[in-house]
Design a protein around this ligand. Structure first.
Ligand code: DOR
Ligand code: ZN
Ligand code: ZN
Length: 452
């Protein structure tokens, strides 16, 4: 006789467990998976929810999200950004540091965590940019940053990005302690090109694409690889978008360097051609590329050169997305509410497996960023799930996003496959597109770094 009484049982479902889709029930106790088994082996429960045959996956993890808030709350705040995450099937997101103030000290990180605590609907971990004084790195790690972020595309943090010496010292200090995520585009290279184009009166999208060339990405990737060789730092390349960029990462990885990389759904599902109708709404850095690059990225997904799919959810106000001159447009695309339906559509078309989706959006993210007890459905792991209806066709409607950024280059696209229920720590947060939990139910993830 089973005498245990748990908080919740999810039943009448299929779940992706240990590499296979199986019919089972999931018992949840104290925010964790207590048991995955057939109904006859389930303990008693206070609450039972029938999922009517839905497919339950581990909650997805988006390692590249700009939640904004603080000084940029007009674009997004912790509440709207994490509502968008829950609506999109994500139970954990990692927040980028290019905020106002920039997250680049123990104090800015602590303030951000405290503000987020009462507002988030999913679990959130935080990146820090590098501080000017490398001695502060210990404190930042001690405060619980999950990773460092380095923008080579603009001066965001305290390191002077023009100096290899500064980067090398910073990478040495962080080395094996936390991963470093890098936006690899060479600032000087595209700024010089931008200035030349401006002087010639070229201010349109075509000029933007010319300035943000493949070479600007490759140059930054190769520069970082050299620094990794010297320091042994664990580097994760954000949004790789070009053939040569991906090739350079793949070769360096093959030689044994501790590297990983990500691709975004917008670089996988759109090409530069789409800018014709989406216009500056689809302007992002690195930009959308020609078809040949897109095809090469898909090859990279299939042969596992690409480790992660991340949305790079980068919301701006609609007013900021339009300007007379392309250089004045704020770059970035909101992606939290479109990423999973786009990938489920690929699964339905037979071009991607569920195991690929979970490798890219749950297992590898958890592994790379050391997110303990997340990324798989396992007894003892966090009860973070997304239940999807694989067969449900729907139209992407940006006007209905939870994100404050109610526009998308995918607006109007018909997709097949929909996140229907999102559970965070055993709590139902999103049900049939509605957010039903109270803000603050997400967890603030503090990485295991020791306080100095
Ligand atoms: O398109 C982008 N948007 N690229 C970045 O590197 C920054 C981001 C943002 O924060 O808006
Ligand atoms: Zn970036
Ligand atoms: Zn970004």
């Amino acid at each position: 006789m089973n005498t245990v009484n748990v908080d919740l049982i999810l039943k009448d479902l299929k779940a992706y467990v240990n590499g296979a889709v199986v019919k089972c029930c999931i018992a949840v106790e104290n925010g964790k998976v207590f048991k995955i088994a057939k109904e006859t082996h389930m303990p008693k429960a206070d609450t039972k929810i029938s999922l009517n045959g839905l497919l339950v996956l581990p909650g997805l993890i988006d390692v590249h999200v700009h939640l904004r808030d603080e000084g940029k709350a007009c674009k997004e705040d912790f509440c709207t950004g994490t509502a968008a995450a829950a609506a999109g099937g994500f139970t954990t997101v990692l927040d980028m540091p290019n905020n106002n103030p920039v997250t680049m000290s123990a104090e800015t990180l602590r303030n951000r965590m405290e503000l987020a605590e009462g507002k988030v609907l999913v679990n959130v971990g935080f990146y820090s940019e590098f501080p000017k004084n490398l001695k502060e790195i210990d404190e930042i790690i001690g405060e619980g940053a999950v990773a460092f972020k380095l923008f080579l595309s603009e001066q965001v943090g305290g390191l002077n990005i023009d100096y290899d010496y500064a980067l090398t010292e910073a990478f040495k200090t962080v080395a094996s302690r936390l991963p470093i995520a890098v936006h690899a585009e060479d600032k000087n290279m595209f700024k010089n090109a931008e200035n030349r184009l401006k002087q010639r009166g070229c201010n349109d999208v075509k000029a933007f694409l010319e300035a943000h060339s493949e070479t600007a990405e490759v140059k930054a990737v190769k520069r970082i690889i050299e620094i990794v060789k010297k320091t042994g730092a664990r580097v994760h390349f954000c949004h790789i978008s070009t053939k040569k960029g991906l090739k350079a990462v793949a070769e360096a990885k093959k030689s044994g360097l501790p590297l990983t990389c990500e691709a975004t759904p917008h670089h996988l599902f759109l090409s530069a051609d789409d800018l014709k109708h989406a216009g500056t709404l689809a302007l992002t850095m690195p930009p959308l590329r020609d078809r040949s690059h897109v095809d090469f990225l898909w090859e990279g997904v299939k042969n596992e050169l690409i480790d992660v799919a991340a949305s790079d959810h980068a919301p701006h106000t609609i007013a900021e997305k339009k300007a007379d001159k392309v250089w004045d447009v704020k770059v970035g695309i909101p992606g939290l509410e479109t990423s999973l339906p786009l990938l489920l559509t690929e699964i339905n078309a037979g071009r991607l497996g569920i195991s690929d989706l979970l490798r890219l959006m749950a297992e590898n993210p958890a592994k790379i960023f050391k997110l303990k007890d997340r990324g798989s459905l396992k007894e003892g792991y966090k009860a973070d799930f997304v239940a999807v209806d694989l067969k449900r066709e729907h139209r992407i409607e940006a006007a209905r996003f939870y994100s404050k950024a109610k526009y998308s280059p995918f607006d109007g696209r018909v997709v097949k496959g929909k996140p229907v229920k999102t559970f965070v720590g055993g709590q139902l947060v999103m049900d049939e597109g509605e957010i039903i939990a109270k803000a603050g139910c997400g967890e603030i993830i503090r990485s295991g770094g020791l306080k100095p």
